[in-house]
Design a protein around this ligand. Structure first.
Ligand SMILES: *Cc1c(COP(=O)(O)O)cnc(C)c1O
Length: 231
């Protein structure tokens, strides 16, 4: 039987071999995406060595967090954010990857408790230019980055993106490359960024090749989710 611990070791080994094959110099962290997984599964991954976990749905996340207070987990919020959820997100997570508009950034900043470190944030970029998808358009990225960089309770770390799924590796590569170019352009303008959150179970090796510093992996680590939770 393949356990979470086995799969974790396989993924970490694949990350290392992908880095060396492609001569990647960046540090790559694994974010375990635990949406639709039980707190028991999270506990199992934690004791196998995984310390950072990502959740998409606030209520589900808070329920699991309350069952795991004995573990020193770093929680990342990676799902779509509605205004009425910003306060609990600001109180219960260390990182948010899915900031895609000014109003949400401002509300997270205002709600971040003073006794906690600034909330570490990534701006979600829409790399496929689809109207329906969340994420800021590349041309609106810089003004949002400037606004966030001025917010004292947020720390802008980089960019996140969820490209359209595709079986065509070259299409995936091109989408990741576009996000990477946005990231490099902001750094060239003076933003001190260190995080490119791209790549999921099916495409993380391509993302690493394109410069990912965080890969967000769910099903390859935990197995198939019990409900369709991609939205
Ligand atoms: C679900 C999800 C993931 C992980 O997806 P897998 O294909 O299971 O690895 C990563 N990022 C986000 C934003 C997600 O919603």
């Amino acid at each position: 039987m393949t356990t979470i611990a086995n799969r974790l070791q396989d993924i970490l080994a694949t990350i290392q071999s992908t880095k060396s094959t492609n001569h990647c110099k960046q540090h790559v962290s694994l974010l375990a995406v635990s949406k639709a997984q039980s707190s028991q599964a999270i506990r199992e991954a934690f004791f196998a060595g995984q310390k950072i976990f990502g959740e998409n749905y606030l209520q589900e996340a808070i329920e699991k967090q309350s069952q795991l207070t004995d573990l020193n987990i770093e929680w990342h919020f990676i799902g779509p954010i509605q205004s009425n959820k910003t306060q609990l997100i600001a109180q219960n997570f260390s990182w948010v990857h899915s900031v895609d508009r000014l109003k949400i950034a401002q509300r997270l900043n205002d709600a971040r408790p003073e006794n906690l470190a600034p909330l570490q944030v990534c701006i979600q970029v829409n790399s496929s230019n689809e109207v329906s998808k969340s994420g800021v358009a590349p041309k609106e990225l810089e003004s949002l980055a400037i606004a966030i960089a001025l917010m004292p309770r947020l720390k802008l770390r980089g960019l996140m993106s969820i490209p359209e799924p595709s079986n065509d590796n070259n299409k995936q590569r091109a989408q990741f490359k576009q996000v990477r170019e946005c990231y490099d352009a902001l750094i060239a303008k003076g933003f001190a960024l260190d995080t490119l959150s791209i790549g999921m179970s099916d495409d993380y090796t391509i993302a690493i090749e394109q410069g990912a510093t965080i890969v967000r992996i769910g099903s390859a680590l935990f197995g198939a989710r019990k409900y369709a939770a991609s939205k």
